[in-house]
Design a protein around this ligand. Sequence first.
Ligand code: GLN
Length: 188
Amino acid sequence: MLTVGVAMLQGARHEHMHSILKAAENIGTDIEIRELRKASDVEGVDAIILPGGESTAMKIASRSENLYSKIWETIKVNGTPVLGTCAGAILLSQQGLIETSIERNAFGRQKESFQAEIKIEIDGESNFPGVFIRAPRFLQGSNHPVAWLDEEVVGVLEGNIMALTFHPELTEDYRFHIWLLSRVKQLN
Ligand code: GLN
């Protein structure tokens, strides 16, 4: 049984829960979802999902319970596999947990939200429905890109951390969530 922690302070949390359950079903793995609201909830999780939403609101909401500081420590110390989408990717970059730097709301107003076919390379090369909502943009090329919108990198994998500027949890394509579970299984 794998325990997947989902940071619950703000953002697209229930969509991620749905996707990770589907992913588990898909590969026949038993999982338990742990809702992460306070620091002690992070103890013993096998994987962490950092949803999109509003990164500033997440930081403010976390202050009283120190949830995020516990999450960052756990990732650093245990190398826990992480899937961070959009605001989640922003937080990972701001914390220096991924080397790739990121600019918030980088696609400007008129293009605040859009959908586009992107190219991914996680289990071979293929297309993926990219959903971008007030998306950030990676500023410097990563050594480990895994997703591209045209020529632009929109997803990176650094160690056990997958950071995406788009929202796989808003699609019926569960491959990034399957990646997360598979990475945990590889490590165990
Ligand atoms: N614009 C948001 C931020 O800066 C991120 C958008 C998202 O997560 N969909 O935090």
